[in-house]
Ligand binder design. Sequence first.
Ligand code: NDP
Length: 317
Amino acid sequence: MSEEIEKVKCLIIGSGPAGYTAAIYAARANMAPVLYQGMQPGGQLTTTNEVENFPGYQDGVTGPEMMMQLEAQAKRFDTDVRNGWVTKVDFSGPVHKVWIEDKKEIHADTIIISTGASARYLGLESEQKYLKAGGGVSACAVCDGFFYRGQETVIVGAGDSACEEAHYLSNICTKVTMLVRRDEFRASKIMAERVKNTANIEILFNTETEEVLGENDLVTGARVKNNVTGEIKEIPCTGFFVAIGHNPNTEIFKPYVNLDDAGYIEYAEPGTAKTNVEGVFVSGDAADKTYRQAITAAGTGCMAALEAERYLAAKGH
Ligand code: NDP
């Protein structure tokens, strides 16, 4: 027998900085938000060690700690934070229908999508080992580059992100080695030129990672292979950055919400949090392939909640 349908004013999907900020604003506006945490409670920041660039934390904070504080702040204003994830939606009618783990059905007046994106990794066992140990593998140079100042780093990728991050690292690190799997960049010409013209960035084309090397949970280098000549060599580094793209977590919304070619949710009106579906708003990395920072996610979470509130007010709720 199916459970009774629950009706809520504001349903927030996702528990990163975007989702919790939306919850804080929605709760303080008496919208009684219900927030589903999703598969990775706390989102991408739970895989980060130290966060030093979120304003207000003078001495830095660990990613998991910051997410616990955001959760506590959202709960302080009576956000109903729940474990579980959304498996299906139906945004075809005036009522926004959502199913939790294919069972529980919720009807929401407004929805705030804050499902984020997941960084792609190479999938090597050694890469995952040092990532989990917090020992030198990262998918965000802007977040973690600072920890490798004055040291040598490696970055994998050849898109705009990899170029931007390699350039960022070059200002902090003594040397950056960029591993490009083909004989050319995917990045825009201007970004690729900037990397090529930076003295302390060495670009290795046709080069793939065989193994991330390390000792005692700390990265010490990378073993790489030239896929044309077969040459294998080891590059010393203390930081191994992966910048091979992100996957926005938007698949379930695809039938109703407009996505761009890469799967990111498109804003219906630039400078707002509106999607093409009335009453459905988006915040955070699910719609952001450019900045991807906790602070930008939090900012758009605030925008989404304020717009959801205005939407409800206009409907007379
Ligand atoms: P992209 O998908 O553009 O690039 C991913 C890169 O990673 C490609 O060069 C790809 O290689 C490489 N890659 C993928 N898998 C592997 C693998 N297993 N091993 C080695 N290399 C791999 O992702 P980005 O994150 O760079 O960019 C996403 C979007 O965001 C783009 O549209 C980009 O233009 C935009 N962007 C814009 C910025 C700006 O304008 N300032 C900044 C950042 C992003 P290959 O080329 O061989 O497929």
